[in-house]
Design a protein around this ligand. Sequence first.
Ligand SMILES: *[C@@H]1O[C@H](CO)[C@@H](O)[C@H](O)[C@H]1NC(C)=O
Ligand SMILES: *[C@@H]1O[C@H](CO)[C@@H](O)[C@H](O)[C@H]1NC(C)=O
Ligand SMILES: *[C@@H]1O[C@H](CO)[C@@H](O)[C@H](O)[C@H]1NC(C)=O
Ligand SMILES: *[C@@H]1O[C@H](CO)[C@@H](O)[C@H](O)[C@H]1NC(C)=O
Ligand SMILES: *[C@@H]1O[C@H](CO)[C@@H](O)[C@H](O)[C@H]1NC(C)=O
Ligand SMILES: *[C@@H]1O[C@H](CO)[C@@H](O)[C@H](O)[C@H]1NC(C)=O
Ligand SMILES: *[C@@H]1O[C@H](CO)[C@@H](O)[C@H](O)[C@H]1NC(C)=O
Ligand SMILES: *[C@@H]1O[C@H](CO)[C@@H](O)[C@H](O)[C@H]1NC(C)=O
Length: 424
Amino acid sequence: MLVPSLLVATGLTAYSVAAIRASSSSQIVLPRPTGHYNVGRTASVELIDYSRIQPFAPEIEPVKLGISLFYPVLTRQYTTPTAYFPAEVAAFEDITLSGKGLQSPNGTFERLALSLASDEACRDARHRPAVEFPLAIFMPGEGTTRLWYSQIASTIASNGYIVVAIDPPYNVDVVEYPDGSLAFLNSTLWGSLDPAVLLPTAYVGIESQVQDVRFVLDQLSNVTLAHTLVPNLPPSGLNTTTTAMFGHSLGGSTAYSISEQDSRILGGLDMDGGLFGPGNGTNKPFMIMASANHTRDPNGDYTQVSWAETWPNITGWRRHVMVAVSISLTTQFETFADHPGSYQEALHYDFSDYPIVFETLGITPGSTVASSENGTLTGTLEGHRALQIVTTYVTAFLDLIILGKRSALLDGPAIGFPEVTFEY
Ligand SMILES: *[C@@H]1O[C@H](CO)[C@@H](O)[C@H](O)[C@H]1NC(C)=O
Ligand SMILES: *[C@@H]1O[C@H](CO)[C@@H](O)[C@H](O)[C@H]1NC(C)=O
Ligand SMILES: *[C@@H]1O[C@H](CO)[C@@H](O)[C@H](O)[C@H]1NC(C)=O
Ligand SMILES: *[C@@H]1O[C@H](CO)[C@@H](O)[C@H](O)[C@H]1NC(C)=O
Ligand SMILES: *[C@@H]1O[C@H](CO)[C@@H](O)[C@H](O)[C@H]1NC(C)=O
Ligand SMILES: *[C@@H]1O[C@H](CO)[C@@H](O)[C@H](O)[C@H]1NC(C)=O
Ligand SMILES: *[C@@H]1O[C@H](CO)[C@@H](O)[C@H](O)[C@H]1NC(C)=O
Ligand SMILES: *[C@@H]1O[C@H](CO)[C@@H](O)[C@H](O)[C@H]1NC(C)=O
């Protein structure tokens, strides 16, 4: 419990940084990010907003956000295996994913590593002339730590973005702070199956996450702090006034709500999240990437109903794509010559690293576990393909919104991506 006087001090910020300890056991390494750049990571930073109280904490405390930054590195040096999770989180996720029916005995995720530039290479890299990479903001889904999106974030960083991933504590399963302390999901509120509890919880959660993002942008505009968190920035630091947000599930809902409220966010991308939060609409660019059959059906599930209601109020450039296709309908696409008669569909967690991680570890769940409501919610797409689809479309979106670079990918079906269908 905090001394109350701390809570009235507004504008007071604290931050601390830690490295994720390297795991000792034999590592299994995720693919190197596919973009033009190597990628460095500042793994674990805590930013504390003393001006607000965390709504779903078990005790009164200020908002303590866990963040990671992924940034492009100009170095020729080879990548090095870098622990995906800190040890305690890895052990926690072994148990969490076992609970979803995955074969992930103790020790499974501790072995997982990202393929990143070494800390030494990041420090030594020189950007001459200084390259100003744009900033993109990411928030994860409810119940799922930001760390579960590290391969997606790395890949987008390798395409030339500085990605800041933000964990809202008590809304995600676990946040480990640089001092090793942990904050767990508020399972009382989020575990409820009663819509009368869940929808108001989601509303307050999104409202709070909007403030979290705004706070992080305020902090990252501090040039001194920015230079501490990302090596080799230009003297102006991070560009926090020309940015965009993408998010999965509740993180995507947050991208919608913040679009209306914050002029620094030029547009938002929602990966399969219901639009349950505050907001009357937006005239900024907004995109939905949906899982299979997630249309805007006003008689569908909560998410579909929220999309149906919100869609008319998204008045600027907008897109709604679905990641699912029946091969029988798309025989014209030669990509599918290898997969005759198959049905490629994304489920909710294909917008996370689950598929690429399971594929890399060789623990891809059977279809019963994958598609069960309490299972991993991963579909029939192969892991590397799910990753490629998500990161290609997110990058195309960021390129359009932040850099003004148009891509035919966002205008309609593309031969290289037959799994992506347009609900416009
Ligand atoms: C959930 O949040 C409420 C406050 O909204 C708090 O009273 C309760 O202790 C929290 N429960 C858990 C398990 O964190
Ligand atoms: C796995 O770890 C958990 C907690 O760390 C422990 O309770 C459990 O007994 C372990 N399971 C096995 C099979 O070792
Ligand atoms: C900017 O960040 C530095 C380093 O964390 C800190 O010392 C300084 O107080 C911050 N400035 C403002 C205005 O918050
Ligand atoms: C941020 O980027 C925009 C667009 O490129 C530019 O106009 C602005 O000056 C940049 N701001 C900073 C602080 O670099
Ligand atoms: C939505 O509109 C209502 C009524 O005009 C207004 O009170 C509210 O502040 C708006 N919400 C946001 C997030 O701007
Ligand atoms: C859409 O906008 C109208 C008026 O601008 C507002 O009354 C309505 O609540 C909004 N609906 C949603 C779902 O945002
Ligand atoms: C989507 O619809 C197709 C065709 O009706 C069906 O085969 C498939 O099981 C559905 N998938 C989901 C996740 O609802
Ligand atoms: C999923 O979990 C909920 C809540 O624990 C339970 O009510 C439901 O029966 C479970 N569904 C399956 C298919 O196991």
